[in-house]
Design a protein around this ligand. Structure first.
Ligand code: MRU
Length: 325
């Protein structure tokens, strides 16, 4: 199934629970906006494009049995703020909300929001395929590509952005291998990227984040491709650790690419104007339920970091490749 699907019979949103992968593949159902906000905050659904589409479906949930447009608007404010960094969430909510506001009845508001959310879901897949078409030209037969976090089908509705580029290149007959960085502290790389690539039989080697400098110095990486949570006017905000790989790639002359849809662009802002989500200290103090650090230790746990454009060879979008002149 797609990462996110609307259940017409039950009027609910079905999601693959990404917190349980790779041990368990389970579909969760969100019947209310509160359930969806909780799923977003717990990262059951995650990744910038997926958050955008989930946000749009969240507006549908907010419209169910709700007569007042003002209340719908108020309810979705909480949804927009569920995770602050990926711009796609507010983009998706705003698109579906604008559609809903054209409705003249409760039923029309819901129908218009639902049509828009479904349109966004289909668009996401089409956009990723186009990003894949453009980006795959940058990859050569035999390339080993390092990636961080999960910018694959599970971060989107389907296909993926960074992993979509790799999928398209493979579809075109190129032999590509992937090095997936673990992505501490929540391990989206080891739990989700490695699982997703193995499902598609794409060769993948898992490394700890701290190994990227060594593997690049050993000449084992031809290119780096990551996704983006927000492309701002001075660079790219993405999962914590991305900046470290970009610095290392620059030091070893490895091209560093970002694959992102235009819905992740926010060129009016610089990175300093964006709220970088800080997550709970428990994510570092515990691992899989086991305590791995003193309970009282001071923890700093930003979920994202910023990579300036000077470290980025090109940004691959559905409109083409933006590269340095
Ligand atoms: O905290 P997450 O798992 O939502 O973070 C996701 C990322 O940082 C991805 O790299 C980004 O959203 C791009 S997904 C195509």
């Amino acid at each position: 199934m797609r990462t996110i699907e609307w259940d017409e019979k039950k009027d609910s949103l079905k999601l693959i629970d990404q917190t349980l992968l790779p041990q368990e593949y389970k579909i969760v159902e969100c019947k209310t906006l509160a359930e969806l906000i909780d799923a977003i905050q717990r990262l059951k659904v995650r990744g910038a494009p997926a958050l955008g589409v989930a946000g749009a479906f969240g507006v549908v949930l907010a419209c169910i049995n709700e007569k007042s447009k003002e209340i719908v608007k108020k309810k979705v404010e909480r949804l927009k703020k569920a995770r602050p960094t990926a711009v796609n969430l507010s983009y998706g909510v705003n698109r579906a909300l604008n559609a809903a506001m054209l409705g003249k009845s409760t039923q029309e508001m819901k129908t218009y929001a639902l049509d828009e959310a479904k349109k966004m879901a289909d668009e996401d897949v089409a956009v990723n395929k186009t990003i894949g078409e453009y980006g795959s030209d940058l990859l050569e037969d035999g390339d080993v590509v390092l990636t961080h976090c999960n910018a694959g089908r599970l971060a989107c509705v389907d296909w993926g952005t960074a992993l979509g580029v790799i999928r398209t290149a493979i579809e075109k007959g190129k032999r590509i291998e992937v090095i997936a960085c673990e992505t501490r502290p929540l391990n989206q790389g080891s739990r989700i990227t490695a699982w997703e690539l193995l499902q598609d039989k794409i060769p993948v080697t898992l490394i700890a984040d701290s190994m990227s400098a060594a593997v690049m110095r050993e000449g084992k990486v031809d290119k780096v491709i990551v996704g983006a949570d927000r492309v701002v006017k001075d660079g790219v905000i993405n999962k914590i650790g991305t900046y470290m790989h970009a610095v290392v790639a620059k030091a070893h002359n490895v091209p560093f690419y970002v694959a992102a849809p235009l819905s992740s662009f926010d060129l009016k802002r610089s990175y300093k104007e964006v709220v970088i989500e800080e997550r709970s200290p428990e994510e570092l103090i515990f691992f899989a339920g086991k305590q791995i650090a003193p309970l009282m230790v001071n923890v700093y746990n930003p979920a994202f970091d910023f990579t300036p454009f000077e470290l980025i060879e090109a940004v691959i979008t559905e409109r083409g490749i933006c590269s340095k002149m």
